[in-house]
Design a protein. Structure first.
Length: 278
């Protein structure tokens, strides 16, 4: 061995990475390793996050401030990295930032928070499973994207106007009301219903009047079978004028002038029957 040359021994390190690093440093003739501080951006990179995120954790008190060098720059060490990685792990598990202090302390709140999170994750998994089933049905051409998922079996039997209406109504109608609608629409469509769907916008007045007279009994029977479908407040999961506006805009958008006139006449006939029965 020549004088002054440092020999590096490429020997295996069975006791782990820490000793490997330590041994490699010493065999290079450097003695004890010297820890180098990191900047904020370097810490963020090591933890797989962003500079903005690290600063936010400082602001809300989750991550302690490091010492500063003489030039004012922050000097992060491994304890900050470990702390940041712990925070990121909890965040990745779905823990809200405000709940992290409670989760880290083994008290009764920790169990409540984690059980609630587990329930949320279970619900999310079920939702994603349902989404995958729906996507599979669409990919296999067994489902339509312009109908609520539960109505796919009716896709071939419903005209485009009714499919569009159902999709719009699904934004506010309760699950029970949607189920009732499905039952109602699953019944064979009558001749008068088909006549209404094909009614042209320039249909003469007498045709509109006769069609309304024929539709009124069907509408009355539907009200008897599913009374809450006629009660917008009872069948809606949203309150206020927004529900009414969806119905009005949907009808105007998807039905022509003659069809809207027939619906108005049917409403008048039903109102007259109600008044006569009082």
């Amino acid at each position: 061995m020549s004088r002054g040359r440092v020999t590096t021994h490429h020997t295996p390190c069975p006791e782990g990475m820490v000793k490997c690093v330590w041994q490699g440093t010493i065999t290079r003739g450097k003695g004890l390793p010297v820890a180098e501080a990191w900047s904020t951006s370097q810490l963020a990179e090591l933890a797989g996050t962003t500079l903005k995120t690290v600063r936010h954790y400082h602001e809300i008190g989750l991550l302690g401030e490091p010492e500063r060098a003489a030039n004012g720059y922050k000097r992060y060490g491994v304890k900050h990295l470990v702390r940041l990685l712990r925070i990121r792990r909890l965040v990745d598990l779905g823990v809200h930032l405000s709940d992290i202090p409670s989760v880290e302390v083994a008290d009764e709140n920790r169990g409540l928070i984690l059980r609630a999170l587990d329930a949320e994750l279970a619900a999310s998994i079920e939702r994603q499973k349902r989404m995958r089933r729906e996507l599979a049905a669409i990919l296999d051409n067994r489902a339509s994207i312009d109908l609520p998922a539960d109505f796919n079996a009716l896709a071939d039997d419903l005209p485009e106007s009714q499919r569009s209406l159902l999709l719009a109504y699904s934004s506010f109608i309760t699950p029970a009301a949607m189920s009732a609608l499905k039952e109602q629409l699953s019944a064979p469509r009558s001749d008068v219903g088909a006549r209404f769907e094909s009614l042209p916008a320039d249909a003469p007045d007498d045709v509109r009047r006769q069609l309304a007279v024929r539709l009124a009994p069907e509408a009355r029977n539907q009200q008897k079978d599913h009374p809450f479908l006629g009660d917008l407040e009872a069948s809606s999961r949203r309150k206020g004028a927004i529900t009414q506006s969806v119905v009005v805009q949907a009808l105007v958008e998807f039905y022509n002038e003659a069809q809207l006139d027939v619906l108005r006449r049917v409403h008048e006939l039903l109102s007259q029957d109600d008044a006569a029965g009082e």
